[in-house]
Write a protein that binds this ligand. Structure first.
Ligand SMILES: CC(C)(COP(=O)(O)OP(=O)(O)OC[C@H]1O[C@@H](n2cnc3c(N)ncnc32)[C@H](O)[C@@H]1OP(=O)(O)O)[C@@H](O)C(=O)NCCC(=O)NCCS
Length: 228
């Protein structure tokens, strides 16, 4: 009787790495937007991936290696690393590393499809980057991660990544004040003969109390004087 073929357990998958091709660019861009959608909502830093223009430029750079990780032909991971700090928007000072005898491999992007996270794809990618670093004579993997990307940060820390002397974002609250001043009470306008008149514009003046009885009395006195 022929031996029955052992079926593969459904969760046993094989991930393969290869260099990116021009024909992969559009779907890789869509893949990156999907992976970073939730991460971006929470970070103050530049958004990942930065821009499609930059992403397409990267493909032509000889200093940058873009690798795709696939399971059955579908992209499940992407890594991007640079052997030089190139471009006008890079975030490092190469002299800082030179002074310390470090030759870094800059890990610009590391992304695993949400459905495949926690299954070892990221570890495979990191092994691949370590391998590349060794074969190219680099001494360190260097990367930037948002401090509040807690799951990624914890993931790096358990893999012996440590913090470099780098910038952190600080903010100080400025006491709140409205731009516009509060309303201001207007002066009564002076008439030519020295009497005050009611203002013609602006808020109503405060109520002026008039002694009605006294006024009537003085008018009566004046009328009497006039008639006498
Ligand atoms: C960070 C990231 C690259 C890790 O890749 P991954 O394939 O999930 O990692 P792995 O499967 O190799 O490692 C699994 C480990 O991470 C932990 N882990 C991290 N995120 C996890 C998640 N979302 N689901 C399950 N496990 C997770 C597991 O507990 C496991 O721990 P262990 O190594 O002690 O067993 C991936 O989660 C990711 O792409 N995140 C979104 C994008 C991002 O933030 N990238 C980094 C920006 S710089």
């Amino acid at each position: 009787m022929p031996k029955a073929k052992t079926p593969k357990p459904p969760d046993s998958l094989e991930v393969r790495v290869r260099r990116i091709h021009r024909r992969d660019l559009n779907r890789t861009w869509e893949f990156l937007k999907l992976v970073f959608r939730d991460v971006n909502r929470e970070t103050v830093e530049y958004q990942r991936p930065r821009s499609k223009r930059r992403f397409l430029e990267v493909y032509t750079s000889e200093w940058i290696e873009q690798l795709l990780y696939e399971v059955d032909g579908s992209i499940v991971g992407y890594s991007e690393c640079a052997f030089e700090a190139t471009g006008d928007d890079n975030w490092v000072n190469p002299r800082w590393f030179e002074k310390r005898g470090m030759r870094p491999l800059f890990v610009e992007e590391l992304a695993v499809h949400p459905d495949y996270q926690g299954r070892g794809v990221g570890s495979f990618m990191l092994d691949q980057l370590q391998h590349l670093a060794r074969t190219r004579g680099c001494t360190h993997l260097v990367l930037e991660v948002a401090e509040n990307n807690e799951s990624a940060l914890a993931w790096y820390r358990t893999r012996s990544f440590y913090k470099l002397d780098a910038a952190i974002f600080l903010a100080q609250k400025v006491p709140g004040e409205p731009d516009l001043l509060p309303p201001r009470r207007l002066k009564r306008r002076q008439k030519a003969n020295g009497e005050t008149g009611a203002p013609t514009t602006g808020p109503m003046p405060e109520v002026v109390s008039v002694k009605v009885g006294a006024a009537r009395k003085s008018r009566t006195t004046a009328a009497r004087k006039k008639s006498s």
